[in-house]
Design a protein around this ligand. Structure first.
Ligand SMILES: [Cu+2]
Length: 95
């Protein structure tokens, strides 16, 4: 019984989800309409590690929330390029 208790305590310790998260703002040049915003939104939602995407057409930027260090800043910039836009400034808002 005692053994079982220790085992479950250990398992619990390993299952604690990481609270580490990042918020990143990506400036986008060339985003002019709702369709642009939508294609960027869909692109980032498909990326591993991205938990939230908020595309602002007005501010011409994307706010991302990631679960950890992935995707890298480089991968974010590449995703913007792949969608047909030009990334401007990438800012890590909080970590
Ligand atoms: Cu457009």
């Amino acid at each position: 019984m005692k053994k079982l208790l220790i085992a479950s305590l250990l398992a619990g310790a390993f299952m604690v989800p990481s609270t580490f998260a990042r918020t990143v703002d990506i400036g986008v040049y060339g985003m002019t309409c709702a369709f642009c915003a939508d294609s960027l939104d869909r692109k980032f939602k498909k990326m591993d590690g991205v938990s939230k995407v908020d595309v602002s057409l007005k501010l011409k930027k994307i706010r991302l929330e990631t679960k950890g260090d992935k995707p890298s800043i480089k991968e974010m910039k590449q995703a913007v390029l792949d969608t047909g836009f030009t990334p401007t400034k990438v800012t890590v808002v909080s970590k």
